[in-house]
Write a protein that binds this ligand. Structure first.
Ligand SMILES: Nc1ncnc2c1ncn2[C@@H]1O[C@H](COP(=O)(O)OP(=O)(O)OP(=O)(O)O)[C@@H](O)[C@H]1O
Ligand SMILES: [Mg+2]
Length: 317
């Protein structure tokens, strides 16, 4: 007997008939380094969809594979297996539609602030007139508050200023997707706060798709629509996503008193702490030396029998 299952009209499903195609898609992605005995598996079975205009934060501990994950999206590393696509096309290498801000600034030391930004703008917008490119560069120098230092070289800038140049250089290329690999981790807490708000302000104006790596849960909640934890490696995989239901624009100073912010901070932090503990327990269990049962043997007495002792040439008569 077959039973017909009819949809219950009183229940509203949240599943959309045609969900929009993700702008970034990772499916069953694995990545390791090295070969043979020195091989290390870093990422395993990574599955992720990023929606157009979404701000996604990936949080994880140091060494878990966050930069490796970002390099895969940037096309600077290729996956060992699995699919990584942008707009349905496999990512085969770096491209100007994906702008990456590195963890360590990566500015050219012999170029000024203006020179570093111009280099990228000139290479991406070759078809623009010289004046148009110059105005564009100046606009982004001003946007990150560095007009007074535009003539300085990287060694003449503070860490926060270098990170601003790096950010301006990437934003000025107008990438469709912004990839930020811990862009603020090298900064002191105060500068970090200022730049967090700047990144947020710029993003609120442009609403580009953005993937940001961070090791700071508060920062992730401040900026993101969705937070995905990267479980500790080796063989790191992504944990369950946490949705950030906080209205925008968001201001760091106002969040501390917000109950959703506090609840989410606890949930994400507890999750990360628990998976790290589990990973440590698993590693410890692997490294326990197995107990070896020894046979029940008694040592044999090596003393000579009394008679033999008397006849021994070693015994002087
Ligand atoms: N090119 C490489 N060759 C070999 N191993 C590498 C390479 N790049 C990274 N690794 C290893 O992969 C693992 C993950 O490194 P990765 O830089 O992705 O971590 P991370 O989460 O970004 O760390 P951090 O928070 O300190 O920046 C580490 O064990 C690292 O030693
Ligand atoms: Mg890193």
């Amino acid at each position: 007997m077959s039973v017909a299952i009819r949809p219950n009209p009183s229940i509203q499903t949240r599943v959309q008939a045609n969900p929009p195609q993700p702008v970034l898609r990772m499916q069953s992605v694995c990545k390791g380094y090295g070969a043979g005995a020195t091989r290390s598996e870093v990422l395993t079975n990574i599955n992720l969809n990023v929606r157009e205009g979404e701000f996604l934060a990936v949080v994880g501990f140091s060494g878990s594979g966050k930069s490796t994950f970002m390099k895969l999206l940037a096309g600077l590393e290729s996956a060992d297996s699995g699919v990584i696509e942008m707009d349905g096309t496999p990512i085969a290498g770096p491209g100007p539609e994906r702008g990456l801000v590195f963890q360590n600034y990566s500015l050219l030391p012999w170029l000024t602030v203006r020179g570093n930004i111009s280099l990228s703008v000139d290479s991406v917008f070759r078809h623009w007139g010289k004046g148009e490119r110059r105005d564009h560069v100046e606009k982004f120098i001003e946007m990150v508050g560095l007009a007074h230092a535009a003539h300085r070289r990287p060694h003449e800038l503070s860490g926060g200023m270098r990170q601003r140049v790096s950010l301006a250089r990437t934003l000025a290329m107008k990438p469709k997707i912004l990839l930020l690999d811990e862009p603020l981790s090298a900064l002191d807490a105060l500068t970090r706060c200022v730049l967090q708000e700047e990144i947020l302000k710029i993003w609120e104006e442009e609403r580009q798709t953005c993937v940001m790596i961070t090791n700071d849960v508060d920062e992730a909640i401040l900026v993101a629509d969705r937070i995905v934890p990267l479980n500790p490696g080796p063989n790191a995989s992504l944990g369950p996503a946490f949705t950030v239901e906080l209205d925008r624009p968001r201001r760091a100073t106002e969040l501390n008193s917000n109950p959703h912010f506090r609840g989410l901070r606890n949930a994400v932090t507890n999750y990360l702490v628990a998976v790290r503990q589990k990973s440590r327990d698993d590693e410890a269990a692997k490294s326990v030396v197995p107990k070896i049962e020894l046979p029940n043997l008694q040592p044999r007495s090596l003393a000579l029998p009394r008679k033999a002792t008397m006849n021994s040439p070693l015994v002087s008569k």
